[in-house]
Design a protein around this ligand. Structure first.
Ligand code: UFG
Length: 326
């Protein structure tokens, strides 16, 4: 299959491109490199440096025999989305509208959309299934929900075939691709930087949550398992598979448990101190992913938090300064 991957120079997009190529698919990456890295573009993929807001340029790329789109390109810093919502709505929502228009004009019908657990906001109960209330508590989640709805409306209007994949906390790496956000705000890369002495200490955002040890609990899902779900989703779209599916590990780990695991993996003590809560952080986010397992036939292969952290650690060790240091 010839697949366009928007955001293919980013974290989850680059890993998915790698897996698509391994499985013999043709990959065409569309990325404006605003947050992605040219070094992350898979060698076997075609690459167009192109902004999704340029509908005509995207249409031209899609008119080269593209059969399906995996749409990853988006801004994803929750705190930034709260302080600058227009930046997020312009890029994430207007970009997706432009992409959908380009797909319609190019006659491409199939799209997998990278959505997020952020669409649930502060959940009423956990584990969270797809029928839980959709009530994003930040602009980032708001943009993801808006795009899910826009794609579903296009589906009703002109037959777009769309499936939204709601990721929980993507983590881990492959040998080639890992997390390199600037600035980095995600827990596991920050913990690994503290373990390696690249950062003085980790600040834990709050220890007074109603959880096992007072720190927030998250569901860390290996990025390779996320990529695998995309391969399965692409096969299912033509059969009418639609709607939204959660992708998580089904197990929650607190911030302190992640620090302990990283300490085991690296063999180093990790300096940390307790800080204030970060605004917008729900206490517990754990996925019920039974629907994805049933509908996609998805099986997670990398459950263990130590394995997930070990893969992230290996990538960090080989790329201490991110892609620039490769
Ligand atoms: N944390 C710290 N200190 C840090 C960084 C993070 O204590 O320096 C804590 C956070 O408070 C949170 C946990 O570690 O409890 C995980 O934080 P991340 O920033 O790694 O991830 P989030 O859970 O905030 O967000 C992730 C994605 C979002 C997505 C969200 C949905 O980054 O894109 O999951 O679950 F919206």
């Amino acid at each position: 299959m010839k697949v366009a991957v928007t955001g293919g120079a980013g974290y989850i997009g680059s890993v998915t491109s790698e897996c698509l190529l391994e499985k013999g698919h043709e990959v065409v990456i569309v990325d404006n490199l605003s947050t992605g890295h040219e070094e992350a573009v898979e060698r076997g993929a075609a690459f167009h440096r192109c902004d999704l807001l340029d509908t005509e340029a995207v249409r031209k790329v899609l008119s080269t025999g593209i059969e399906a789109v995996c749409h990853f390109a988006a801004f994803s810093q929750v705190a930034e989305s709260v302080s600058d919502p227009l930046k997020y709505y312009r890029n994430n929502v207007c970009g997706a509208v432009s992409l959908a228009a380009a797909m319609r004009d190019a006659g491409v019908t199939d799209i997998l959309f990278s959505s997020s657990a952020a669409v649930y906001g502060e959940p009423d109960s956990t584990p969270i299934n797809e029928d839980s209330r959709l009530q994003p508590v930040n602009a980032y989640g708001g943009t993801k929900l808006a795009v899910e709805r826009m794609l579903s409306d296009c589906s009703k209007a002109w037959g777009l075939r769309t499936l939204s994949l709601r990721y929980f906390n993507a983590a881990g790496a492959t040998g080639k691709h890992g997390e390199d956000h600037r600035p980095e705000t995600h827990l596991i890369p920050l913990v690994l930087d503290a373990a390696a002495g690249r950062r003085d200490e980790l600040v834990i955002y709050g220890d007074d949550y109603p959880t096992i040890d007072g720190t927030c609990v998250r569901d860390y899902i290996h990025v390779k398992d996320l990529a695998e779900a995309h391969l399965l989703g692409l096969e299912k779209l033509p059969a009418g598979c639609t709607g939204a599916l959660n992708l998580g590990n089904g197990r929650g780990f607190s911030v302190l448990q992640v620090i302990e695991a990283a300490s085991r993996v690296t063999g180093n003590d990790i300096p940390f101190r307790m800080g204030a809560r970060r605004s917008g952080d729900p206490a517990v986010l754990v996925a019920a992913s039974a629907r994805a397992e049933e509908i996609l036939g998805w099986k997670r292969r990398h459950h263990e938090i130590d394995v997930i952290i070990e893969d992230a650690y290996r990538w960090k060790r080989d790329h201490p300064g991110g892609y620039a240091s490769a």
